[in-house]
Write a protein that binds this ligand. Structure first.
Ligand code: FSO
Ligand code: SF4
Length: 551
């Protein structure tokens, strides 16, 4: 693999804005990065076989779920555990053999296949050797524009798979999403596809991104009710407790069920904060509220939390040695040295060890007091529609600013706090994702009872923001979504933000500001296409951006 030990440029923090080549800024080792590349290579091989099966009407029952989980495992900050990635590749190779057998039984010709369908490894060592070979990994595609577009699609698929996996855990599936993922994976191997076809595939990825977010929205709201406007406690109580982080609501439900009546409290962290907005979770007396802030502050906050922490997904920061024994992972997440909890065949997870662990530890140390308000997902905003429309018509609200997306540790992200503070008082921020932690504790006031920061929920709830925009377009009888008084200033970090961005482009949203930096994986030519076709542009400074977006 050339002169690099690894090559990864999938997130906003990629080294020097080019790519991580020795160790990830996220903490990922070169071994894990290379194995994750090999996992993607393996998944592409399975997709080739699945496409062949589709023509003959053969469905491979395990394939779809295996693919979702594998894509999810390679998202930034989700899984740092080389053992679990090796095991996942092995499962893929076994599955591949079964698929081949089924195809051969139908006389399908499997000669002259791509290496990703053929390679094998007899041992972990052979697998590690394969993971660094030149045909595996991002740099295997030599043309930088084709590489850029293929990876843009791959990162969109990773985000889409994460959302589809959460929906799957709630027994909601959409076959069309699976079929698209297969088609797109195979397309990233197709050397006959040029830039034009890959740009079209990128937009199609956005289309299925909308589908995946709609599916998850349906899964979450049908299972747990529509989010409600909620005042969330950010203080603590005097009882031992478990902190739950990540995005998976099924894990949230199971943890609340299993802690009920045990004397152990539950607090959300980071992206799990919106769980507080769902009616189904409000009935648990031991569900106290949210502890702490954005994901990248976890080292300090886990220290003062004192109890065990359960990661259901990303974002994991490599833990300190003195609290690693308190960290548990489940689902696609993993970290070497942390205990991982697997589901049974019904998807049930046994969290009793975490509950017992919590009982032996002290209650959380208070780091904040008071509350924050959220729960402005689409149904709640529709309930307030008359008030919102009236405020726009009367001029009380001049403009909405969609500031959804992710947070990150870079100092340049102070821009978003500054931007929120300097917005005129007749504007409202619509947010979702962990980007909100840059301004959700500021006192920005309200407009006639409508808070100036409306939090729809997790990053996937950006879907809610799109639904709200489409509804406003209908109410104001506009032909173009871009004629609404809405400006987009999105912060991105990892691949779920990539699928949110592609979904917005598919919905026709133009002139999105994207920061704090444009993705390293966009080649100059691909960036030019995005600028010229969609008006995507990077942030500059708060004053100039405000002037531009308020114009
Ligand atoms: Fe954030 Fe992490 Fe939700 Fe991401 S906690 S950065 S886009 O995983 O998924 O917003
Ligand atoms: Fe670097 Fe981001 Fe890749 Fe981690 S995920 S190795 S920080 S580009």
């Amino acid at each position: 693999m050339s002169e690099h030990k690894m090559f990864c440029y999938q997130c906003q923090e990629s080294s020097k804005g080019i790519g991580c080549t020795v160790r990830g800024v996220c903490g990922k080792t070169d071994r894990v990065a290379n194995l994750q590349d090999l996992l993607m290579y393996t998944v592409k091989g399975l997709a080739v076989l699945a496409e062949k099966g589709k023509v003959l009407g053969i469905e491979f029952s395990e394939y779809n779920h295996y693919t979702m989980t594998s894509l999810f495992m390679t998202i930034t900050n989700a899984n740092f555990d080389d053992r679990s990635i090796i095991d996942q590749i092995k499962r893929g190779l076994d599955l591949r053999e079964t698929m081949k057998k089924d195809l051969k039984a139908k006389n399908v010709d499997l000669s002259d296949m791509h290496d990703c369908v053929e390679w094998t490894a007899e041992s972990d060592e052979e697998m590690i050797v394969k993971s660094v070979s030149s045909e595996v990994g991002v740099l295997a595609t030599e043309n930088e524009d084709i590489r850029s577009l293929r990876e843009l699609v791959m990162y969109g698929l990773k985000g889409m798979a994460a959302y589809a996996e959460h929906a799957y855990n709630l027994k909601h599936e959409n076959k069309e999403i699976y079929e698209f993922i297969t088609k797109a994976l195979v397309s990233t191997l197709d050397n006959t596809l040029g830039a034009e076809e890959l740009v079209a595939l990128t937009l199609e990825t956005g289309k299925y991104g909308v589908e995946a977010m709609a599916l998850l929205d349906k899964a979450n709201t049908q299972t747990y009710g529509n989010p409600e406007i909620t005042s969330v406690n950010i203080g603590v109580r005097n009882k031992p407790a478990i902190l739950i982080s990540g995005h998976d609501l099924r894990d949230m439900e199971q943890l609340l069920e299993q802690t009920k009546g045990t004397g152990v409290d539950v607090y959300t962290h980071g992206e799990m904060l919106p769980a507080n907005y769902y009616p189904a979770f409000k009935k648990y007396d031991n569900f106290v509220g949210n502890y702490g802030n954005s994901w990248w502050l976890q080292k300090e906050e886990f220290e003062t939390f004192n109890g065990p922490i359960l990661f259901t997904t990303n974002c994991i920061v490599p833990p300190k040695a003195d609290h690693i024994d308190r960290i548990y992972t489940t689902g696609a997440s993993g970290y070497p040295g942390c205990k991982h909890i697997n589901p049974d065949t019904e998807g049930k997870k046994d969290f009793s060890k975490i509950v017992e662990h919590a009982k032996r530890l002290s209650s959380p140390t208070e780091i904040e007091t008071g509350s924050i308000v959220g729960g402005f997902a689409h149904s709640q905003v529709f309930a307030l529609a008359d008030k919102v429309v009236e405020a726009v018509k009367s001029g009380a609200i001049k403009k909405f600013f969609v500031m959804a997306g992710c947070d990150g540790r870079m100092k340049s992200r102070e821009y978003y706090t500054d931007f929120a503070e300097k917005l005129p008082k007749d504007t409202v921020i619509l947010t979702a994702g962990c980007a909100k932690y840059r301004y959700n504790k500021l006192d920005l006031g309200d407009i006639g009872g409508i808070p100036r920061v409306l939090d729809a929920g997790q990053c996937n709830d950006s879907y809610s923001l799109a639904v709200i925009a489409l509804k406003l377009k209908e109410v104001f009888e506009l032909n173009d979504i871009n004629d609404l008084p809405i400006a987009y200033n999105i912060a991105w970090y990892e691949q779920k933000a990539v699928i949110v961005l592609l979904a917005l482009l598919y919905l026709g949203v133009k002139n999105i500001k994207l920061g704090p930096t444009l993705p390293a994986f966009l080649s100059p030519n691909v960036a030019k296409v995005l600028v010229e076709t969609f008006g995507i542009n990077g942030i500059t400074n708060v004053e100039d951006d405000l002037t531009q977006l308020l114009a």
